[in-house]
Design a binder for this molecule. Structure first.
Ligand code: CMC
Length: 459
């Protein structure tokens, strides 16, 4: 039996007074595990020497209970619905800041002064132009391509144009890659949008603000003047802020893992975009709208849909609900829900999707299936409705999430690269396969029925 105790003597249950710490008891050993202190949240138990001392490894599928890094970028308290970037509550940043200011905060650790912000914004805006032949790349995808695949490919391709920014050991090169990625991601996102509908790409206009010009590049045509609704620019800016970082989620962990091999920021962020595309992660915002449409089209009622979810038979989930960390209302969803009303009243298409979303939420929050599992709306539940009111189709929702998450990925990559404790990420496994066996020539092999079923390729 393995017995892990923290500040308590394992055998007796009596508190141990001599030192703060944790111990692991195995049949043959009792090992002290150093406890790592944290600023907030659960403390860490270091298991570095476990394999050496016990020939055992920890087993934690889905990393439910494993901290892989020490980080100062963002903080989430899932029980109390708290999210902070570099110590600043998300509510304050969403109400008062701008996306570029938040990007600076995440990446460099402090809010910029007026002068620094101006210089940073100018620097980013100066680099928003993409090389001409990049357009051919984005136009080469089939019209049916999902834009997230285009985004990931575009990010991978970006590094081929900037070899002077690839060295992960060179601070100037890291800074250059930071600026280039922040600058180009908005152009890439708008070009992906244009390419999907075979519309002409627009050049950036550096006299406009970052998000305002992104809107113009998405919705304007080259031969007409265009001014975005300031209210829509502001709400998009806010949504980008809300998505900018979220500690060690699936895509961020991917970015850090890829970066730990000394791969470039571009390669790491491209991998992060791939991780974000899944419907259990960033892809949920698109899935929410499909779910709402399914109900609006009469394929299901709110009640019958919720019944299907609870039934679990077909693996149907209430999309935009539940979160690995939040066991209460996601603070981002709270902010977005309020805004969704105001924006949809003014710019929405009045097709009842917001009412369906609210009805779903109300039904779920009054149902024991959801409350007993602590399933509440997450950031993706209401965002799609706002993106749609701005004018984006559902397939663009996750690319917008990726756009917003870019500063967080960069900040986390930089933290990883600067951390002296970083080693190449390389999880262990528990091997459950065949023991050693000898190779047989093909003429001598016999497969049992089970092996045939598992190993044979489909006809
Ligand atoms: N609808 C119905 N049941 C759910 C849902 C849901 N959305 N989410 C979790 N459950 C159930 C699940 O079936 C399980 O039940 P049981 O204990 O009876 O087996 C229990 O709740 C725990 O679920 P889990 O899958 O073990 O929890 P997790 O922490 O591994 O998964 C999640 C978290 C976000 C993947 C999951 O809640 C989910 O699939 N939600 C829907 C997709 C979604 O909205 N994703 C966006 C997440 S927030 C933004 C982001 O990270 O990109």
């Amino acid at each position: 039996m393995v017995n892990l105790s923290h500040g308590i003597a394992a055998e007796s249950g009596a508190p141990v007074v001599e030192s703060e710490g944790a111990w692991l008891e195995t049949p043959s050993a009792r090992i002290a595990l150093p406890v790592i202190k944290v600023a907030e949240g659960p403390a860490g138990v270091e298991v570095d020497n476990l394999l050496k001392e016990t020939n055992m490894v920890t087993f934690d599928p889905g990393f439910m209970n494993t901290a892989a890094v020490e980080s100062a970028v963002s903080f989430v308290d899932g029980d109390n619905g708290i999210l902070r970037y570099r110590g600043y509550p998300i509510e304050q940043l969403a109400a008062n800041s701008s996306f570029l200011e938040v990007a600076y905060l995440l990446i460099y650790g402090e809010l910029p002064t007026e002068q620094v912000l101006k210089r940073f914004s100018q620097q980013v805006n100066r680099h928003t132009l993409l090389p001409e032949n990049y357009r051919a790349l984005l136009n080469a995808f089939p019209k049916t391509a999902h834009p997230m695949a285009m985004m990931a490919s575009a990010m991978s391709a970006l590094e081929t144009f900037y070899p002077e920014s690839l060295n992960p050991r060179d601070e100037d090169q890291i800074d250059l890659a930071t600026t280039l990625i922040l600058a180009k991601i908005r152009t890439i996102t708008s070009y992906v949008f244009k390419a999907m509908s075979s519309k002409p790409f627009l050049y950036p206009d550096k006299s406009r603000s970052y998000v305002e010009d992104f809107m113009r590049m998405c919705f304007a045509v080259p031969y007409e003047t265009f001014d975005s609704e300031p209210e829509l620019v502001r709400i998009l800016d806010k949504l980008l802020i809300l998505h900018a970082d979220h500690e060690q989620n699936c895509s961020t962990s991917t970015v850090r893992l890829v970066g730990s091999s000394n791969a470039s920021v571009y390669a790491s962020v491209a991998a992060g975009i791939g991780a974000l595309s899944g419907p259990a992660h960033g892809g949920a915002n698109e899935a929410v709208l499909n779910m709402l449409n399914q109900i609006a089209n009469g394929e299901d009622s709110v009640k019958s849909f919720v019944a299907k979810v609870k039934d679990k038979k077909d693996g149907v989930r209430l999309m935009g609900f539940g979160h690995r960390i939040y066991k209460s209302y996601d603070p981002r969803a709270k902010i977005i829900k309020t805004d969704a009303h105001a924006i949809l009243d003014k710019y929405g298409s009045n097709d009842g999707l917001l009412a369906i979303a609210r009805e779903l939420e109300e039904l779920a929050l009054g149902d024991d299936y959801f409350t007993s599992r602590k399933l509440y709306p997450n950031v993706d539940f209401y965002t799609g409705l706002i993106y749609r009111a701005i004018g984006f189709p559902p397939t663009m929702f996750t690319p917008l999430f990726a756009f917003g998450r870019t500063p967080g990925w960069i900040a986390q990559w930089r933290e990883m690269a600067h951390d002296p404790d970083t080693r190449i990420g390389r999880p262990r496994q528990l091997y459950v396969g065949q023991p050693q066996r000898d190779y047989l020539p093909v003429s001598e092999r016999i497969m049992d029925e089970n092996a045939k079923r598992i190993a044979a390729p489909r006809e």
